[in-house]
Write a protein that binds this ligand. Structure first.
Ligand SMILES: C[S@@+](CC[C@H](N)C(=O)[O-])C[C@H]1O[C@@H](n2cnc3c(N)ncnc32)[C@H](O)[C@@H]1O
Length: 346
């Protein structure tokens, strides 16, 4: 406890005075206000004319009393590291990172390599429920699995993540998952209509398929996944979210699974941004006329990619119109993952 100057005010006028003190920069946020009988005591930074003027206005009094110091939690990772990392490197500390279940995934520039452990440990202090902090590497191969490195906490990378009320069990070392797509998944799930046959061509652990089934129990979803580990989680997640009757999970290569499925789906989700365009022929074949294809692509401009895709569809003997397009997330300077909603005309 520390003896400090206080302005004490009848409790019914305390809120107004607090606002006034804050706006004048007089309130000492390092200490906790006290309630004593019908009075509230606010710690102040010092006594002067400005403060004295408030006394008659608020029916207040100035006196000295003991306050308990407030333990101020740093607000951000950068702020927490300001005494640990040199100033020139501090600017490179990311201001955002992903919370996936009880894991944190963070992208660290090479310059911070020597500080990765302290960054990880600091993140664990800021998020006490997190069990490990993982540094992001590249996303590689057909299965789009990320290289990751544990920088603090347990070596385990399996977790259960909650998104829009659904639960997804997943292991980031074995299967793809990106929480930054959550808004896009919701957008798609909210436009699906009852009665639709929906195809999730590259389903991963199921975040599109399961959310669609939850939001639109009147539709039928087919989810295809090539990676055996991701498929294993997809099946578990269908059960975990109780949508067994609504989502059919198929393990295999979409090209083989969809043979002889011409004009079978009203909506086709093609979430394989690095090479979805190579599967456009398949998407167009299995989508019914007037159906929608949600095509995810990695590129630099919506305009250019829309023209490219329309031309590609024409060369495959189909006509499509881009009904909606947007950048979903930045993946590099001037490079984005984008979505094009294509209406198949024929
Ligand atoms: C970018 S991830 C998207 C996963 C999921 N849509 C999501 O939101 O998390 C692409 C997924 O497609 C799978 N995949 C890649 N090629 C495939 C193919 N030919 N057939 C089926 N799945 C494939 C990968 O294993 C990976 O899980």
């Amino acid at each position: 406890m520390n003896e400090r100057y206080a302005i004490k005010v009848p409790k019914e006028r305390a809120e107004n005075l607090k606002r006034k003190l804050s706006s004048m920069g007089i309130l000492d946020a390092g200490y906790k206000p006290i309630r004593r009988d019908e009075w509230i005591y606010f710690p102040v930074k010092g006594v002067g004319e400005e403060l004295e003027k408030l006394v008659p206005e608020y029916g207040a009094e100035i006196e000295k009393t003991s306050f308990e110091p407030r333990i101020l939690k740093p607000r951000s990772l950068k702020e927490s590291l300001k005494d640990v990392i040199p100033k020139d490197l501090l600017t490179l500390v990311p201001s955002s990172y992903d919370l996936i279940g009880d894991l944190i995934l963070i992208e660290l520039p090479n310059e911070l390599e020597g500080y990765s452990r302290i960054i990880g440990e600091t993140l664990m202090k800021l998020h006490p429920r997190v069990k490990s902090v993982l540094a992001k590497g590249e996303t590689i191969g057909e299965y789009r699995v990320r290289r990751i490195r544990v920088i603090a906490g347990s070596q385990e990378a399996e977790t259960i993540h909650r998104e829009h009320g659904c639960l997804y069990r997943l292991d980031l070392r074995k299967a793809f998952f990106n929480p930054r797509f959550s808004g896009e998944r919701l957008r798609v799930a909210e436009i699906v209509k009852p009665g639709e046959d929906v195809l999730d061509m590259f389903a991963g652990v199921g975040p599109f398929s399961i959310l669609i089934a939850k939001k639109c129990p009147g539709c039928r979803v087919t989810a295809i996944e090539l990676n055996p580990d991701a498929y294993h989680y997809l099946v578990q997640n269908i059960r975990l979210n109780k949508v067994e009757g609504l989502v059919t999970a198929i393990h295999g290569n979409a090209r083989e699974v969809l043979r002889s499925k011409k004009n079978s789906f009203d909506r086709v989700i093609m979430d394989l941004p690095h090479n979805s365009v190579d599967f456009l022929d398949l998407g167009l074949e299995v989508c019914r006329p007037q159906g929608i294809i949600h095509l995810y692509v990695a590129d630099t401009s919506i305009q250019e990619v829309s023209e490219k895709v329309e031309k590609r569809a024409a060369s495959l003997g189909h006509s499509v119109v881009v009904e909606f397009a947007r950048e979903v997330m930045a993946i590099a300077p001037r490079r984005y993952t984008m979505v094009l909603d294509l209406r198949k005309r024929c």
